[in-house]
Design a protein around this ligand. Structure first.
Ligand code: HEC
Ligand code: HEC
Ligand code: HEC
Ligand code: HEC
Ligand code: HEC
Length: 459
């Protein structure tokens, strides 16, 4: 364990910024002893050296609350409201800040707090404690509704209007003294969400790419990100406004629970949980099959997994942090385990190379997650050290079959009972231990996306 921490620490220290496409940064001269010698990473659109937005040009979500109570309550419980407060994110940003002397501080923040970076509040060597509440709102209302076009489909590719008018697509939007309203067709386009959801590392390595996967999905009638992650409902877009059809939920349901710091209302928690269960239940199908059973021989068991998501791979997003894997267990009539793969060690970790207790113990493990590989060919948890991204995800509509061999004892009687589950969780426990955030381990939830069970009886 100790050895592994040292190894991780040394990986962090050798973090190299030589392949950074950086230009001299005016903002870095006043931030510390050596930042004016070294060069901070910039990008003319998403990490500008000179601020492109004024801090007072984007309002806080709290100013929308009185008139857009529903959107506010939903957004407030969503991951978007949590994007700059997420403790796991803050820990990882802190590690990279240390490893790169703050020079890459705008990289991890350019999407998670897009307005904070554009306004210059987030600059090399920033401290979370110094940020204003509006910047800490992360992907706040204005981050979407003040945007006026999609300039590129990755790395915070949105442009922003300076006129303060809210972009939306309501027909005959009512006028309000609070803000001007103007048509925002880009919000309804297929490439709007990908402007932040496709993530490319500084060295050009694609980390997250749901839009690439979406473009790659079969079918001409495939749905948009908005269709599946912003369910439609009928109601009012603003207090006192007309009844409208086809409004958009702002809960942005995914795998993660509502941000704990913000989504504490029990009614809202229940709505989020029901939505999440429904979303996850639509993701995959698992089908078990088997050959003939004979005592003293091997039972061939097949498991087929089909990705039912008409929009992206399974899993998608931060697949190098998520764990998505297949568990297969075979037992006899007395419940004795004859075979298992994808089960956890006493720490709750998979029995793969990262396990402290049973490393390399699960030879048949089927994982759909991805791994980042460093320049030495070793797996790394840190995107900034990676030169290769190996993916295990199933493409949209893809179905794949694996075969497992269950040893059947010579004195076997009765039946062999088989179960297969496709499981998904946001993070593995070992990641939190390594990051010094063991206190977060109890918050990890494992979801079963799909399962199947069968039994085979001896002739
Ligand atoms: C991640 C981007 C995003 C964030 C953050 C966001 N919205 Fe939206 N909002 C949208 C999209 C997309 C639509 C639908 C646009 C369309 O297709 O017509 C929408 C629609 C709306 C509408 C029109 C009614 C409807 O449901 O179609 C209102 C009003 C609105 N949002 C207010 C807010 C408020 C207030 C907040 C913050 C509390 C907020 N939004 C945060 C993306 C966002
Ligand atoms: C004083 C009340 C009030 C406040 C405060 C307010 N709005 Fe609105 N907003 C409205 C009304 C009224 C509409 C029109 C509703 C309709 O026509 O159904 C509207 C419409 C919108 C639309 C849709 C525009 C379109 O043309 O499609 C968006 C987006 C929006 N508001 C975002 C926001 C955001 C973000 C905030 C906070 C920064 C905010 N609003 C604050 C009253 C308000
Ligand atoms: C046909 C419905 C559908 C469409 C279209 C769709 N998604 Fe998803 N999405 C899902 C389902 C189901 C899951 C849960 C399974 C998973 O996590 O992969 C999911 C999960 C996610 C997650 C959480 C992934 C994780 O494990 O952390 C993100 C982020 C996401 N989608 C973004 C997008 C984006 C961006 C688009 C548009 C390019 C999109 N989705 C289009 C159905 C859809
Ligand atoms: C300004 C950047 C930005 C835009 C635009 C954006 N997102 Fe996100 N989104 C994020 C970030 C950052 C997170 C991760 C927040 C966290 O958990 O720390 C996220 C999280 C999510 C999640 C939760 C994933 C999970 O694992 O639970 C969903 C679902 C999602 N976004 C859907 C959308 C959809 C749909 C749109 C388009 C309407 C959209 N996003 C537009 C930045 C953005
Ligand atoms: C191009 C925009 C973008 C950049 C740059 C970016 N992220 Fe994200 N991040 C996202 C989106 C979108 C999600 C949600 C995807 C999902 O849930 O699978 C996310 C999710 C995450 C999550 C999962 C949140 C949770 O608690 O479940 C972590 C952790 C994270 N990012 C860390 C980082 C770090 C560290 C960096 C810098 C190396 C970074 N991000 C850079 C857009 C970005």
């Amino acid at each position: 364990m100790k050895q592994r921490i040292l190894w991780l620490a040394s990986l962090l220290l050798v973090a190299c910024s030589s392949n950074t496409t950086a230009t001299p940064d005016a903002a870095s001269t006043d931030t510390g002893a050596d930042t004016d010698v070294a060069v901070a990473v910039t990008d003319p659109l998403s990490m500008p050296a000179v601020p492109t937005l004024k801090s007072d040009s984007f309002p806080s979500a709290t100013t929308c609350k009185d008139c857009h109570a529903q959107q506010f309550a939903e957004w407030n419980g969503s991951r978007h409201a949590y994007a700059a407060k997420d403790p796991v994110w803050e820990v990882l940003v802190g590690l990279r800040q240390k490893a790169e002397n703050g020079l890459q501080d705008r990289f991890c923040t350019q999407c998670h707090s897009i307005l904070g970076v554009r306004s210059g509040e987030i600059k090399p060597d920033f401290k979370f404690a110094d940020l204003s509440p509006t910047v800490m709102e992360g992907v706040t209302c204005a981050a979407c509704h003040l945007s006026d076009s999609v300039a590129r489909t990755h790395n915070a590719g949105l442009t922003f209007a300076a006129d303060g008018k809210m972009r939306g697509n309501l027909a005959d939007s009512q006028t309000t003294t609070a803000h001007g309203s103007v048509a925002g067709p880009h919000l309804a386009a297929d490439n709007f969400c990908p402007s932040c959801h496709d993530v490319i590392e500084i060295n050009g390595l694609p980390l997250e790419r749901p839009y690439e996967e979406w473009l790659d999905s079969p079918g001409t009638t495939k749905q948009l990100c908005q269709d599946c992650h912003m369910a439609k409902y009928d109601g009012q877009a603003a207090t006192g406004g007309p009844q409208r059809k086809g409004l958009h939920s702002h809960r942005f349901i995914g795998l993660d629970p509502p941000g704990a710091a913000t989504g504490s209302d029990p009614t809202m928690q229940a709505i989020f949980a029901a939505d999440r269960d429904q979303l996850l239940a639509s993701a995959a199908k698992v089908t078990l099959g088997s050959g003939a059973l004979a005592a003293g021989q091997t039972l061939d068991v097949t498991v087929n997994i089909e990705n039912l998501i008409k929009g992206h791979s399974l899993p998608t997003g931060t697949t190098f942090l998520r764990q998505c894997w297949l568990e297969v267990v075979a037992t006899d009539d007395a419940g004795k385990v004859l075979y298992e793969t994808g089960t956890l060690d006493a720490n709750g970790d998979l029995r793969d190379r990262w396990s402290d207790l049973k490393p390399y113990d699960d030879h048949d493990l089927v994982s759909l997650s991805s791994s980042l590989i460093d320049a030495q060919g070793n797996p790394t948890l840190f995107p900034w050290l990676a030169v290769e991204h190996k993916r295990g995800a199933l493409r949209s509509g893809e179905s794949r079959t694996w075969t497992f061999f269950v040893p059947v004892p010579a004195d076997a009687k009765g039946s062999v009972h088989l179960t297969a589950r496709l499981r998904l969780r946001s993070f593995p426990p070992f990641l939190f231990r390594f990051a010094g955030a063991a206190a977060l381990i109890p918050t990890i939830v494992v979801y079963d996306l799909a399962k199947d069970a069968t039994q085979v009886t001896l002739p």
